[in-house]
Design a protein around this ligand. Structure first.
Ligand SMILES: [Zn+2]
Length: 101
């Protein structure tokens, strides 16, 4: 069993509190992109490094969807704009730092 973060209540490996304390002024963009065969991806832009990886894993598990991350961009399968925003807020990101297009 993994440890639970006392601040956000998420398992330590999903929590980004320590990263958030380092970087508080970032902007996150959430938007949809239409892929081949009429499939939509939800794109989350504005994160990097360890944070990108952690948030990608958290979002995939919180939204129970597939996805990838690379070059500062998280791609989630399906249409999850509102859910992504709620999930990011739950992870501790300020609501006004999240831009949903
Ligand atoms: Zn936490």
């Amino acid at each position: 069993m993994s440890e639970i973060c006392p601040k956000c209540g998420l398992p330590k490996e999903l929590c980004v509190c320590d990263i958030l304390e380092r970087e508080t002024s970032k902007k996150i963009k959430v938007y949809l992109e239409k892929k081949k065969f009429q499939k939509y991806m939800t794109i989350v832009e504005g994160l990097s490094g360890d944070e990108l990886e952690k948030v990608a894993k958290s979002l995939k598990s919180m939204l129970a969807c597939g996805g990838t991350y690379k070059n500062g961009v998280i791609e989630l399968q399906g249409i999850h704009k509102d859910e992504v925003k709620k999930a990011l807020i739950k992870l501790g990101y300020p609501e006004d730092s999240i831009d949903v297009a």
